[in-house]
Design a protein around this ligand. Sequence first.
Ligand code: SAM
Length: 340
Amino acid sequence: MPVSDTLGRPLRNLRISVTDRCNLRCQYCMPEEEYVWLPREDILHFEEIGALVDVFAELGVEKLRLTGGEPLLRRGLPTLVRLLAAKPKIRDLAMTTNGVVLAEHARDLFDAGLHRVTVSLDTLRPERFKALTRRDSHAKVLDGIDATVGAGFKGLKLDTVVMRGINDDELVDLVEYGKRVGAEVRFIEYMDVGGATLWSMDRVVSRTAILEQLARRYGRIEPVIEESSAPADRFLLADGTVFGIISSTTAPFCRSCDRSRLTADGVWYLCLYAKEGMDLRGPLRRGASKEELKARIVPTWQQRRDRGAEERLAVANRTPLVQIGELRKDPHLEMHTRGG
Ligand code: SAM
């Protein structure tokens, strides 16, 4: 029997952060100069991730996404991919990456059995990339995208966080670039998640504004009608191009959210906005059996009421979710620890 929460949302989709480290410093995610990192000895070994995935898979999880931090900074990632791809209950194994070192790894990841790749790409302009990420690696990201296609991956997605005055003049260019490389572009509303200490509503470009801008260039835009728990609403242009919008800030989709998140040190979060998570590393390292782990996970999911993004919507005068002092005290509150 699949395990469902109080809103009938199944435990189906697990995002696994394999490291809290990142090789970019995107303004919307890691804007500070200094960070508090997870202790190295707490980082789950691949076998430990595999053991937890076995437990989750028996409870209904069939979709996994490797993320971070930057997942490709985790040494030997194809080994983990091979281990997870071999699990019969896992029918979708994806990864979200910033693409900087993807060209070096795309072939190995494909051969190891990774099904799908999403690359974060916020701009097509190298200088803008440098200003936004504080690193000069734009060309490497584009090489990574080419290498992904070359390695044989199908269903490539490109995720763009849209910010007013930063990259909101590039929506059409990104759609056109997506067409050229055969990728589906998904525009993400800038979210006030932990770590986004520079967030302000003025910088958010809403789904409505994104659609208006694209309609000015492409004319009629049709919604793609589909039953899905995926975060993006998908849209169709007259020439058959499909793109997505993830409108977590202005039109959240909590009611169909089947995602939970495991941090690199084994803390399980039921919502991107949750303040507290459940430590699974401790029991696992103390030798807890599968049944004991299930006995922790099942009631927690069954009692899940989280609607983090919807609750944020109800807040008047929204400011960043977590203040810098709290983030320093508990890096688990950071998006780059929790995995986007
Ligand atoms: N390093 C990988 C990458 O860049 O794709 C994976 C981790 S990153 C935290 C995952 C996703 O979260 C990225 O697509 C990133 O753009 C998104 N993200 C981070 N902070 C965000 C924010 N404040 N609002 C919206 N999306 C955000």
